[in-house]
Write a protein that binds this ligand. Structure first.
Ligand SMILES: [Zn+2]
Length: 229
């Protein structure tokens, strides 16, 4: 069932975007917190950096996602427009083309031609958009939605290490934030993999490893800069 598969892929795409956004939020904010704390910043300085990082990150995720999904929407619209023009100018070729698609999917050529004819009689553009271009109605690229979703995912991820920084005693802040973040990253990696139908251990270990590396590098740089300024 190609329909069910593409639905699964579609859901997996959304999930991947949400999980990636949350990952980004956790890693960048936790690194920021660890970096400022390692530079011997006060809790106020750490929290200011965390909130600024959360806001900046959410905005940049939203802007990046908006631009990328907009250009996807533009190219989908251009494809539809080309198809509309082709249907107007070369109707017979378009009928043959659609029938051939059904032949390739397993129909006998007489039946394929009949199916193509009847579908095109009802709504030629929709039939071509769906079966030739692979567009599903209502599932086109939505820039605003995608931008909002990734900003929310990033903010939710970023809120967790920020919360840990608010709650942990000053002396333990670096350890509390980094260990809480690594546990969250690993859990998120495992859940994301599971929902996407993949084994869980590898992605959990991978994301925790890169997260730990990001925090260690930022902490090192924070400590260097903290001593230099
Ligand atoms: Zn066509």
């Amino acid at each position: 069932m190609p329909g069910a598969e593409s639905h699964f892929t579609h859901r997996a795409q959304w999930l991947r975007a949400a999980v990636l956004g949350a990952n980004d939020g956790i890693i960048s904010t936790a690194s920021l917190i660890v970096g400022v704390a390692a530079a011997e910043g006060s809790r106020e300085a750490v929290l200011t950096a965390a909130f600024a990082g959360l806001t900046a990150g959410a905005m940049s995720m939203a802007a990046g996602e908006f631009v990328s999904v907009s250009s996807q929407a533009d190219s989908e619209a251009a494809d539809i427009e080309r198809e509309r023009k082709a249907l107007k100018e070369h109707l017979r070729d378009e009928l043959r083309e659609l029938a051939q698609i059904y032949v390739d999917r397993g129909l006998k050529s007489d039946l394929a031609r009949e199916v193509a004819k009847q579908l095109m009689k009802k709504d030629a553009l929709t039939a071509h958009a769906r079966d030739e271009l692979g567009f599903v109605e209502g599932e086109g690229a939505k820039p605003i939605l995608a931008a909002g979703a990734s900003a929310v995912a990033f903010s939710l991820g970023a809120a967790l290490p920020t919360l840990a920084a608010m709650l942990a005693p000053q002396a333990w802040m670096v350890y509390a934030v980094s260990s809480a973040s690594l546990v969250l990253l690993a859990a998120l990696g495992a859940v994301g993999a599971h929902l996407g139908g993949a084994p869980m251990t590898k992605p959990a270990v991978r994301v925790a490893f890169w997260g730990a590396l990001a925090m260690a590098v930022t902490a090192g740089i924070g400590a260097l800069v903290g001593h230099a300024v």
